[in-house]
Design a protein around this ligand. Structure first.
Ligand SMILES: [Zn+2]
Length: 68
């Protein structure tokens, strides 16, 4: 649940800049790095917002659990 809230919060922060020069590249929602879309986990928020998460950020989020 907490993770979901964090993800939702990031959605608001990150909704501005979208400058994807290459077609299949998308920025990771968390670290803003550009990655191939096929390597990103995609989550749809609401009707149209798509959030992308790279492997490293997902592992890092998961790692936060073990630190609690
Ligand atoms: Zn990332």
């Amino acid at each position: 649940m907490l993770v979901a809230v964090i993800f939702y919060g990031y959605g608001f922060i990150m909704k501005s800049v979208k400058s994807s020069s290459q077609k299949d590249m998308e920025p990771c929602t968390i670290c803003r790095g550009q990655f191939d879309r096929r390597q990103l986990v995609v989550r749809e928020i609401g009707d149209s917002k798509l959030l992308y998460f790279c492997r490293q950020c997902i592992l890092q989020l998961y790692d936060d659990i073990s630190k609690r």
